[in-house]
Design a protein around this ligand. Structure first.
Ligand SMILES: *Cc1c(COP(=O)(O)O)cnc(C)c1O
Length: 382
């Protein structure tokens, strides 16, 4: 599925990833300049030019924003990217800068586990919040009169997928803006702006940076007026990325295509392995041909992600399985080069069974990982 060479005359994903956001070469300067640590910049006289105060702009952000923009919307004109301290900062910047008291917003009912807290805050500000599941394009049913549609596809942790273009067309026909949480897919897996969305929003904490050592978020948008409001929100809230984090993120993007291709291919192999096991139920991976998400995913995604979810019969069995694993750490988050898995119900937020496990497939050798999973399944059986 990966578009190594591109039919639209663009360079391939790997080439774009390693070159994304690099400045023009300057003799004796590094390829990717190091992080610029500055609270303020020299500013004699009039306030002109991009860099005055470190809460508003930073040269390290500029290069990273350019890199993410080149991956989210290659070749597009007039698209802007802004980086944030975290995925939640990016999500909040769109919702709280675009919505006013009296507006209605449509959220997924099965989205990221912090969305219910966001919902309560939106409602406290007099914004009407409607929710519907991602599967079956159910958000179409509650769109009437909404100002903003928020899509999360694939959804986390359920891995349902909706028809983004169809939802965008319906939302735009009714005058609503559309934002897509692109965290799970990464811009190499899905490009929401090319599917018509106004914003692609993501946590860069996950597979985009991929090493489990950086919190980051970003918003890429095509509507420059809307993006000006997002930028204003970043300024007033101050939810900015540190220069070191921004630089680490940019450095990590160079290996994005290598990581996603390896991790996603292994995720498919893990799913094919788990499919054979009688104690595994409700196995989900959008890349499996028989998965309920596969048909739409294959039409709108370039890659299917590194997350596999499944259910073991009981909470105790799931806990024994996680403890028995040696190569897979029991930890939250996903997308890193080291595999992780967790029992999602321990957080209390997601509406999933007690034995539900979300696994993030890392960059280990596929055979080692499969062997570890099979051994842990055997050792954890009653
Ligand atoms: C992790 C995550 C977020 C939040 O990102 P942070 O960087 O942790 O703030 C938002 N959406 C999805 C789908 C996520 O997985």
């Amino acid at each position: 599925m990966s578009d190594a060479t591109n039919d639209e005359g663009r360079t391939g994903d790997g080439t774009r990833a390693v070159r994304a956001g690099l400045p023009e070469p300057v003799k004796y300067e590094p390829t990717l300049p190091g992080p610029v640590f500055a609270a303020h910049f020299h500013l004699p006289g009039e306030v002109t030019g991009p860099y005055a105060y470190g809460r508003d702009d930073n040269p390290t952000w500029t290069l990273l924003e350019r890199a993410i923009g080149e991956l989210e919307a290659p070749g597009a004109e007039g698209v802007e990217t802004l980086v944030f301290a975290s995925g939640m900062a990016a999500i909040s910047s769109v919702l709280f800068s675009q919505l006013r008291a009296g507006d209605a917003v449509v959220l997924p009912s099965d989205g990221y586990q912090v969305l219910p807290l966001v919902r309560a805050q939106l409602e406290a500000y007099g914004i009407e919040v409607r929710t519907a599941p991602t599967a079956g394009n159910a958000q179409l049913e509650v769109l009437e009169g909404a100002r903003l549609l928020w899509i999360e596809s694939p959804s986390n942790p359920g891995l349902d997928v909706c028809d983004i273009r169809r939802l965008v067309d319906a939302a735009h026909a009714g005058g609503a803006l559309v934002a897509v949480d692109n965290t799970l897919a990464t811009p190499l897996g899905q490009r929401p702006l090319e599917l018509g969305a106004d914003f692609s929003v993501a946590s860069g904490t996950k597979q985009l940076t991929g090493h489990g050592d950086v919190l980051l978020g970003y918003v890429t948008g095509r509507d420059l007026e809307a993006m000006a409001a997002v930028r204003r929100w970043r300024k007033i809230v101050g939810a900015i990325s540190g220069p070191m984090e921004a630089w680490l993120a940019h450095r990590s993007i160079a290996t994005l295509q290598l990581r996603v291709d390896r991790q996603n291919a292994t995720a498919l192999r893990v799913a094919e392995t788990l499919r054979q096991r009688p104690e595994v139920s409700d196995l989900r991976y959008p890349g499996l041909p028989e998965d309920p998400s596969h048909k739409i995913a294959s039409q709108q995604m370039h890659r299917y992600g590194c997350v596999v979810s499944f259910t073991l019969p009981t909470r105790a069995r799931a806990e024994r399985f996680l403890t028995a694993l040696r190569l897979v750490e029991d930890a939250t988050s996903f997308g890193g080069v080291r595999s992780t898995a967790e029992r999602r119900r321990r957080w209390g937020g997601d509406a999933v069974p007690e034995g539900f496990i979300r696994m993030s497939v890392g960059a280990e050798d596929p055979a080692d990982l499969v062997a570890d999973l099979l051994r842990a399944l055997d050792e954890s059986s009653d």
